[in-house]
Write a protein that binds this ligand. Sequence first.
Ligand SMILES: [Zn+2]
Length: 430
Amino acid sequence: MTRALALLFLIVIISCDKGVEQSQEETSAVVAPIQEPELHYGIDLNFYKAQENKIERGDTFGKILEKNGIDYPQVYKILQAIKEKVSVRKLTLGKPYSLFYSKDSIITPEYFIYHPGVSRYTVIHLRDSLYGNEIIKPSRLVELEASGIIESSLYETMQNIGINESLTYYLSDVYAWTVDFFRLQKGDRFKIIYTEKFVDDSISIGIDRIKASYFEHKGKSLYAFEFISDPEKGIVDYFDNEANSLRRAFLQGPLKFNRVSSRYNLKRRIAYYDNRIRPHKGTDFSAGVGTPILATANGTVVKSRYTKGNGNYVTIKHNGTYSTQYLHMKKRKVKVGEFVEQGEIIGWVGMTGNTSGPHVCYRFWKNGRQVDPFKQKLPEAKPISSDLKTKFANHIIPYKTKLDCIAFESELKSEIAVTNNQSKNAKDPS
Ligand SMILES: [Zn+2]
């Protein structure tokens, strides 16, 4: 399957110059048609002038109108007329409201507009046919792209680029199981294709979701594509370009073929130690010297060293909850600080340290406590079912192409530099 997907990608590698069309989706959107009149809250400014205000302490709907020349009997009539449709009993301090005055000679306002949030407002007609309406502005879902290179934190990077910072939470959620966001490295880079909701074309009312992303952590590429993995239950999850779930469970053990020779056992007795209880908090997997040892989940190497008891060993921190350790290696392959992927070779089976035969002692920590990995309810990582794999492969093609075409700022700069050089050369008389 992996090979088939890889082949698909090869075919799909197309030039980014062709430009990937920016698609825009619309939700409940009834986009206001472009009209000649100059509309403000649906009122034509050709015939009305607007006076913008803010709710002040002590302001009520009645007081505001009375201040503006509408007497109490009329206020009462208005309130009676609108009470079924809108309420202006609670006006929030500091929120904007507008009064619209007809440009003819009448000096009292004709409309009262209360505007407590960006996406909705209340219109009240104060004369003749009295009415009130609550208007919910049409929102548009816009697909956007972003990319960045991390200097300090992801949040700060997003702020510096000027994109919606709440995207940080969405992105760290996508990679929660793959990348430890507290240990990002300067130079880690990301690209995101996401949707954001807007009203009035430019006012954001929030991120909708991430559709696809790319995260380069310590030089490793991690793709994520949103996909409905269970159409019946409507389960949406993120998968990498090989259809693996990003919420990966751990491998059963650190070897390709795992043969447990000694389990986690707190009451183990060992003849060597006079039959005293020597708890074994690891799980031993036996294999011939030189057998590759694999990282059981993605993570960062936090220890890679030799001690008398453990021999050559490696510790990997997977996220805030889990860490694993691999002992008695003949040789270590990874360094502290390195990011390793699940299944990646981190060393080879040996007999270093305190051991009587070639094996790897595998230790597993949850929240700082050493536990039996076989008794843990580890996060689920349901792969995409085989009947959906083709659908998935087709689904991600346009997204992967788009992601690959998003340039990082530094790349853009060098591209401009190249263009400048070329134009200089072109002017050369030679
Ligand atoms: Zn052991």
